[in-house]
Write a protein that binds this ligand. Sequence first.
Ligand SMILES: [Zn+2]
Length: 118
Amino acid sequence: MSCARKLWALVQQRCPRCRTGPLYERCLTMHEHCPRCGLRYEREPGYFMGSLYLSYGIAVSVMVALFFALQAVLADWDSGTVALLAVALFAPLTPWVSRYARTLWMYFDHWAWPEEAM
Ligand SMILES: [Zn+2]
């Protein structure tokens, strides 16, 4: 499978094994198993703890970028107010960040520790 197709499956939040089954059935509710190939998404209890690190990194990166972009546009505003505005603008994106953090974590995990090696 080409790298572009793998990347597209990740962007579409598809199963890391078959790359066709959806990971989520609703906003933040994941399927337990892939509806297409049957892969169990949560390999072990606490499996998605690793995605919290990714979520944190993504959130901080987006908020820092947003802060500097807002500070450039609102140059005469206080930095604290701009930081609060950046946090407020980022807040609606948290479900999106959480979903992609889990998806990235699953793809990383399946790349680093493929099923055959387990
Ligand atoms: Zn699958």
